[in-house]
Design a protein around this ligand. Sequence first.
Ligand code: ZN
Length: 57
Amino acid sequence: MAKGEHRAKLGLKCSVCKNVNYIKTRNKLNTLEKLLLKKFCKHCRKVTEHKETDKLK
Ligand SMILES: [Zn+2]
């Protein structure tokens, strides 16, 4: 069994401009709910809500 099998790559997408600004990994077994984070968006040039997305682009 490969190490890190349950690590999923996720993007954090700006809810305003829909650009993926951050990439992170997460253990799907530990965290089931979707994250909603306030992060700085370089496209909007302000802090916006960022949602998890399976797509990295
Ligand atoms: Zn944005």
